[in-house]
Design a protein around this ligand. Structure first.
Ligand SMILES: [Fe+2]
Ligand SMILES: [Fe+2]
Length: 196
């Protein structure tokens, strides 16, 4: 039996401070809140059986991830680049692009496709790894916080604004085909077909 779907949490762009006033979220806090939302959705997917519900959750995962990757790539990563080790910076982009391949498959597919569940499962594992690399001790986010001359609250506001705009755009027009920044070729073979 499909477990009753949890209400999807929305990432708060602002957080109440002790005085009940709304305070803008700092950049890393906003990105971490996004991570928690996607983790919740993957868990919800795992516990859901009905095809329609599964597709709805999977599409929501794809929307969240495409918007999240886009605001990181357009705004956050460039803003903190100088403070982040080159390896961490380049690997983060490749991990995003790897995830986008699976996202494209999920968006093009349906729950009764042979590889649909596997695509979502493997995507969840890739994202788990990537989130760990961003959040771990001395990972991307820890290094990013050492950047000079970047106001993390202003950066958070910029991320929140872009996130809201992109989410509205993609809800209105549908998701665009994922765009990679690091891949030059993606050859395709039939299952079981030899490479050469
Ligand atoms: Fe992230
Ligand atoms: Fe990322």
């Amino acid at each position: 039996m499909a477990r009753k779907a949890k209400a999807t949490k929305k990432a708060p762009a602002k957080r109440a401070n002790g005085n009940g006033e709304m305070k803008p979220m700092e950049a890393v806090a906003l990105l971490k809140a996004d991570h928690r939302i996607v983790e919740g959705l993957f868990e919800e997917f795992e516990n859901t059986k009905g095809a329609k519900a599964k597709q709805r959750i999977a599409n929501q995962i794809c929307l969240e991830l495409i918007v999240h990757a886009q605001i990181e790539e357009e705004i956050f990563y460039p803003a903190v680049k100088e403070a982040v080790e080159e390896e961490i910076y380049t690997e983060a982009h490749v991990e995003h692009d790897g995830a986008k391949v699976l996202i494209a498959e999920i968006l093009a597919g349906a729950p009764d496709d042979e590889f649909y569940d596997a695509n979502v499962k493997v995507l969840s594992e890739m994202i788990k790894h990537h989130v760990h690399e961003e959040e771990m001790r001395d990972g991307m986010f820890a290094q990013a916080k050492r950047v000079d001359d970047v106001d993390m609250v202003a950066l958070g506001e910029k991320l929140a604004q872009r996130k809201a705009d992109l989410t509205a755009l993609y809800k209105r027009n549908g998701l665009p085909a994922p765009t990679t920044r690091t891949m030059k070729s993606m050859p395709s073979l039939e299952l079981g077909q030899p490479v050469a």
